[in-house]
Write a protein that binds this ligand. Structure first.
Ligand code: UN1
Length: 512
């Protein structure tokens, strides 16, 4: 079993165009969470090489910013084509490297294809404004220019999609991109870089070398990029702890950061909820991706009038859910990423019991022996929102609590430091609209009659408070990858000053 995983990975990487010297004999060992088997040893970049790479990316930017935006879109269109042609192979690699079930591995690649399509259209829509001027014979406009190399730091759980949300936009915006992937998932990053190079080769000479570069390495390599003034924008996805450090370092040099950090997402089940739909949505939201999405449902507030109907059914679903190696059977819940992750899950469950919680599930499931970490998802009935409920544990734990009024539920939902995603289950329009109003959910994402996860790329993705405030993906998120320039143009023969100011000097009048 284990030997075959390694050979399958090798075959996949080969088919995706990654040369063998990049993933064999290197210093970074990669293991598949499916079995704990070592599947590759990836070469790591040195600090000096990383600095030189950033320099090359800065040079690439100078060339790329002069290529017309719709032409830049053509490169992203070709990238989307490569992703379509290689969807099965890349999706499979996501499954082998991260442990996602196959439909989620493929879904991740689909999300990349979607953002490429979005970015291609965007390449003809990087609109600025025309603003009425208060002065005669004057025109005020606003235009958007490329900003420079964009540094991307991504996490293991969406090892390639997060890159694409940033890169597809940054590339049409005229920026080069530098990518520091998670140390846990360098293989999918190598595959993606190979696909990018294929698209760039088809695109032709307009695409400079080093337009997209990869920095495989440890934390020190990430820090070096974060500190580098040649990289004006850093987009970082990961824990709040990491993001706080990145945000501080980037702010100190007056760079711009786009932060997608921890979530502690909640759903509210009201008395008017469709409970069958709620059940299915909660199951996917809380157990999908083995609870390892930043949008995973972690807190469920259930109205006291429906608690005893919904929660026992939910406990049954938790009991019956298939946990296992998703490439060997039809499991819906695959492994946790590693031993540390399983340990944190167990610590949180212990803390929940200490705080008066009743735990259903949460135990280790022996699937492939000692080296892999599968767990039955845990549903924890909590008397109140305390202890581990206030933290994001990156594992399938759902804390369930009772409430009596919607005001109370919304207050509880908002009473955590994170602010990524949220949802309400309700058919009463008053409840729905209150939840979506200014006094409702304080999160970047607020859904109705679905869970908090599984966002489409068309909307802006991101959250408030300690989630970091960044927005990626759709809507006008592209603006973070450009610099805004306001232009005032005088096409008259006099020099009227704004706000009616006069400033007469000898030899002329500065008055209208
Ligand atoms: C993440 O977990 O980092 O909304 C991103 C979702 C996905 C993105 C998750 N589209 O669940």
């Amino acid at each position: 079993m284990t030997a075959s995983l390694r050979s399958e990975v090798t075959t996949l990487l080969d088919s995706l165009g990654v040369s063998a010297d990049l993933y064999s004999g290197g210093t970074l060992a990669v293991t598949s969470p499916l079995t704990g088997e070592r599947i590759a040893e990836v070469a790591e970049i040195s600090a000096d090489e990383a600095k030189a790479t950033i320099g090359r990316a800065a040079e690439a930017f100078k060339v790329w910013r002069r290529v017309p935006a719709p032409r830049r879109g053509e490169l992203v269109r070709l990238l989307g084509e490569e992703l379509r042609a290689n969807k099965d192979a890349l999706g499979r690699l996501v499954t082998l490297e991260v442990g996602k079930v196959p439909s989620e591995g493929l879904g991740e690649v689909q999300e990349m294809i979607d953002i490429c399509d979005f970015a291609v259209g965007l390449s003809r829509q990087l609109y600025g404004l025309t603003i009425p001027s208060e002065r005669p014979d004057h025109r005020l406009t606003e235009q958007w220019h490329p900003v420079g190399p964009v540094g991307i730091i991504s996490a293991f759980n969406f090892p390639v999609a997060v890159w694409s949300w940033n890169a597809a936009l940054a590339l049409v915006c005229g920026d080069s991109v530098i990518w520091k992937p998670s140390e846990k998932t360098p293989l999918t990053a190598l595959a993606m870089q190979a696909l990018f190079l294929k698209a760039a080769a088809r695109f032709g000479n307009d695409a400079p070398a080093a337009l997209s570069t990869l920095l495989v390495g440890g934390r020190d390599i990430g820090e070096l990029m974060v500190e580098d003034r040649r990289v004006p924008v850093i987009s970082a996805t990961g824990s709040t702890r990491m993001g706080r450090d990145v945000g501080e370092r980037v702010a100190r040099r007056f760079g711009r950061s786009i932060l997608e950090l921890g979530g502690n997402n909640a759903s509210i089940v009201t008395p008017s909820a469709d409970l069958d739909l709620t059940l299915r949505a909660v199951a996917f939201g809380a157990m999908g991706t083995a609870g390892q999405r930043c949008t995973t449902l972690r807190r469920l507030f259930v109205h006291s009038s429906v608690y005893d109907t919904l929660v026992p059914k939910l406990v049954n679903v938790y009991r019956g859910i298939s946990v296992g190696n998703p490439i060997e059977g039809a499991a819906l819940v695959g492994p946790l990423i590693d031993a540390a992750s399983f340990g944190m899950m167990q610590d949180s469950l212990k803390a929940a019991v200490d705080a008066g919680g009743t735990v259903h599930g949460g135990t280790r499931v022996d699937v492939n022996g000692e080296a892999s970490f599968y767990a039955r998802p845990a549903l924890v009935e909590m008397p109140s929102q305390v202890g581990p409920v206030l933290e994001e544990t990156f594992a399938p734990i759902l804390y369930v609590m009772k409430y009596d009024t919607l005001d109370e539920a919304v207050a509880l939902q908002n009473d955590v430091v994170q602010g990524l995603s949220s949802s309400i289950f309700a058919t009463d329009i008053r409840e729905v609209e209150q939840f979506l109003s200014a006094r409702g959910s304080d999160c970047g994402i607020a859904n109705v009659n679905m869970g908090p996860s599984g966002a489409e790329i068309g909307g802006a993705f991101g959250g408030e408070k300690e989630t970091g405030g960044g927005r990626e993906s759709g809507s006008d998120s592209w603006k973070a990858y450009m610099r805004r320039q306001t232009n005032a143009i005088n096409y008259g023969r006099t020099l009227p000053l704004a706000q009616g100011v006069t400033f007469d000097v000898d030899g002329g009048s500065a008055e209208a």
